[in-house]
Design a protein around this ligand. Structure first.
Ligand SMILES: Nc1ncnc2c1ncn2[C@@H]1O[C@H](COP(=O)(O)OP(=O)(O)OP(=O)(O)O)[C@@H](O)[C@H]1O
Ligand SMILES: [Mg+2]
Length: 239
């Protein structure tokens, strides 16, 4: 469903992705591992249209989306979160999700705050907030909820786009165990293709058996955490 072929990207002399090729299957959870600076976020940026590849193709449901802009890619059902959360701190939890929903439907920003229009989205937002354990915080400003709850809200915002593929950039980094478990359960409940950038072995073991290890611009190993961690190339890359 998401087929990446021979994707390459350099920043000046820094070759980050080199002939990256991988075909992601429907309804599968993947983890993407790799040393700092190995190109994980760059890969997400290219797939989601925030960066342009130098060469290669990205097919989503057999449609060539390689040079599509981000909003077109989101509309096709490919959603993402950012490593640095991009919430609107002065808006409450509810309105952060509402805003994402409105953006998806390409309506003018101002419409998001017109009462009648707001009602149309009420049920959907309520569902998303209940799923992400944030309903009780719906009226609290994003800047005033805890860090773990902000990570949940980051996910809730991505859920506002009805996705078939979700890219999560370090969704539990720095998160307390309680929220980490909630985020884990939420990711598993989607029944969609989810690609998660993550380093924490304990989290990875619970998340998936399909870990992809990125090094030298391509996938050098694939499998469970147990099998990946004994791989010599992986050990060298992580030193
Ligand atoms: N917009 C950019 N312009 C120039 N160089 C960039 C840009 N984005 C990323 N890079 C470089 O590309 C390399 C890969 O960065 P990237 O952020 O994809 O790594 P990462 O695997 O996500 O690392 P981390 O685990 O630290 O988040 C790094 O050397 C980085 O400095
Ligand atoms: Mg990164």
């Amino acid at each position: 469903m998401l087929a990446i072929n021979n994707l390459s990207k350099s920043f000046g002399r820094n070759v980050v992705l080199k002939d990256f090729t991988y075909h992601f299957k429907p309804k599968t959870i993947y983890a993407l591992m790799g040393a700092n600076g190995s190109g994980k976020t760059t890969l997400f940026n290219i797939i989601s249209g925030f960066l342009q590849a130098d060469s290669g193709t990205i097919l989503f449901y057999e449609k060539n989306i390689t040079y599509f802009p981000p909003h077109s890619i989101v509309k096709l059902g490919l959603s993402r979160t950012f490593q640095d959360m991009r919430l609107v701190p002065t808006l409450n939890v509810y309105d952060n999700v509402l805003l994402a929903l409105k953006n998806k439907h390409s309506e003018q920003l101002i419409n998001a705050f017109i009462p009648q229009k707001k009602d149309r989205y009420e049920t959907k937002i309520k569902n998303i907030l209940q799923q992400s354990h944030l309903y009780e915080q719906k009226d609290v400003k994003a800047s005033e909820i805890s860090y773990g709850q902000q990570k949940l809200l980051n996910l809730a915002v991505a859920m506002a786009n009805d996705f078939d593929v979700l890219l999560l950039d370090e969704p539990v980094a720095g998160v307390q165990p309680e929220f980490r478990e909630q985020i884990l359960a939420l990711i598993k409940s989607f029944d969609k293709t989810v690609i998660v950038i993550e380093h924490n072995p304990l989290f990875l073991e619970k998340l998936t058996d399909t870990i992809l290890f990125l090094d030298g611009g391509k996938i050098i190993a694939e499998g469970s955490y147990a099998s990946i961690s004994v791989n010599k190339q992986v050990q060298e890359a992580y030193l």
